[in-house]
Write a protein that binds this ligand. Structure first.
Ligand SMILES: NC(=O)c1ccc[n+]([C@@H]2O[C@H](COP(=O)([O-])OP(=O)(O)OC[C@H]3O[C@@H](n4cnc5c(N)ncnc54)[C@H](OP(=O)(O)O)[C@@H]3O)[C@@H](O)[C@H]2O)c1
Length: 270
C-alpha cells in the first residue's frame, strides 16, 4: 500500500487503529493529530509516527483519513478537513452511530466514505471491526480499509442498515462478557474460593471457551452438549440459567442497545 494515512483522534480506539496502520503501511507513512497535543505527541512518539499539527494539516494530501474522535466531535473535524480532502481521499469513520450520509452531506465533494464499528479487544489485536460503504465507496475501497484494519483483529462487512444491531452485539458485547465474568467470579466467591482464584477461573474459562468456539466448526449448542453428561452437573447448571431467563436477558440487552443506537444516531444526525 503506497498511500499516506492520517489519523485524527488518538484516544483508546484511535491508538488501537494506529497500531494496525503502522504494521500495515509503516510508521513513516502515518501522521496523527489529537485534541490534546501533549497526549497526541506522546502517542505519536510511542508509535514512531509523525505529529501532523492541525486537523487540516494532518489530513491534507493523505490517501486515507481515519476519524477516531467521539461522535459529538465529528462535525467540528469535518469542518476542519472538508476543504483539504481530495476527491479520491478515502474517509474512514469509526464514530459510533454516525451514518455515512451524515458525513457525505458535510463534505463538498463525493468522497468515498467507509463507516467502521470496531470493539475494544482491538486494543490487543483481537477485536472485530464491521465495515459499511457510503454511497461513493467501492469494493476496492472496502478492501483497502480492511487491509489497514487487519492488525485490529477480524474485519467483516455488512450493509449499513445492520450497523445498529452490530453495535449492540460486537460493539457493546465486550461489556456483556465482562459482566458475565464478574457474575461467574462472584459465584465462585460465594462457593468459598478466594476472590483472586474465582476471577482467574472465570476469566480463563470465558477466554478458553470463546477461543474454542471461534476455532471450532461446530455450533455452540453442540459444544455445550458435549460437556453436558446425562443427569450431570453442567445440565443442572444450564437448566438454572434457563429458569433465570439468562438467554432472554441477553436478547433483551441486545434489543435495548440496538434501540439506543438508533436513538443516538437520530440525535447525532439532527
Ligand atoms: N471505545 C470503544 O469501545 C469504541 C467502540 C466502537 C467505536 N468507538 C468509537 O471510537 C471513537 C473514539 O472513541 P474513543 O473511546 O477512542 O474516544 P477517546 O478515547 O475520547 O478518543 C477521542 C480522541 O479524539 C480527540 N478529539 C476530540 N475532538 C477532537 C478534534 N476536534 N480534533 C482532533 N481530535 C479531537 C480527543 O481529544 P480530547 O480529549 O481533547 O477531546 C481524544 O483524544 C468514538 O467515535 C467511538 O464512538 C469506540
Amino acid at each position: 500500500m503506497t498511500v499516506d494515512v492520517a489519523l485524527i483522534g488518538v484516544g483508546v480506539m484511535g491508538d488501537a487503529v494506529l497500531t494496525s496502520l503502522v504494521s500495515v503501511v509503516g510508521a513513516d507513512r502515518v501522521q496523527v493529530t489529537d485534541g490534546r497535543p501533549e497526549h497526541g505527541k506522546e502517542r505519536a512518539a510511542a508509535h514512531g509516527v509523525r505529529w501532523g499539527g492541525s486537523n487540516a494539516e494532518t489530513a491534507k494530501g493523505a490517501g486515507v483519513v481515519v476519524l477516531a474522535v467521539k461522535p459529538k466531535d465529528v462535525s467540528a473535524v469535518l469542518a476542519d478537513i472538508g476543504p483539504v480532502l481530495a476527491a479520491d481521499t478515502v474517509l474512514v469513520s469509526i464514530a459510533a452511530g454516525i451514518p455515512t450520509a451524515f458525513l457525505e452531506t458535510r463534505l463538498d465533494q463525493p468522497v468515498p466514505v467507509v463507516r467502521v464499528m470496531p470493539n475494544t479487544p482491538a486494543t490487543i489485536g483481537q477485536g472485530v471491526s464491521v465495515m459499511s460503504p457510503g454511497s461513493h465507496a467501492t469494493g476496492e475501497h472496502l478492501d483497502q480499509v480492511a487491509g489497514l484494519l487487519a492488525g485490529t483483529g477480524t474485519v467483516l462487512r455488512v450493509p449499513e442498515s445492520d450497523q445498529d444491531v452490530v453495535t449492540a452485539i460486537s460493539g457493546s458485547g465486550p461489556a456483556y462478557v465482562f459482566y458475565l465474568i464478574d457474575a461467574l467470579a462472584e459465584a465462585g466467591v460465594l462457593g468459598g474460593l478466594s476472590r483472586a482464584t474465582a476471577l482467574e477461573l472465570a476469566t480463563r474459562t470465558v477466554a478458553g471457551a470463546g477461543a474454542m468456539a471461534a476455532a471450532s466448526e461446530e455450533h455452540p449448542v453442540l459444544l455445550r452438549e458435549k460437556v453436558s453428561s446425562p443427569a450431570g452437573t453442567t445440565v443442572a447448571g444450564v437448566r438454572a440459567l434457563d429458569e433465570h431467563g439468562v438467554r432472554a436477558g441477553l436478547v433483551a440487552a441486545v434489543e435495548a442497545a440496538r434501540t439506543r443506537s438508533i436513538e443516538l444516531g437520530r440525535t447525532l444526525a439532527d
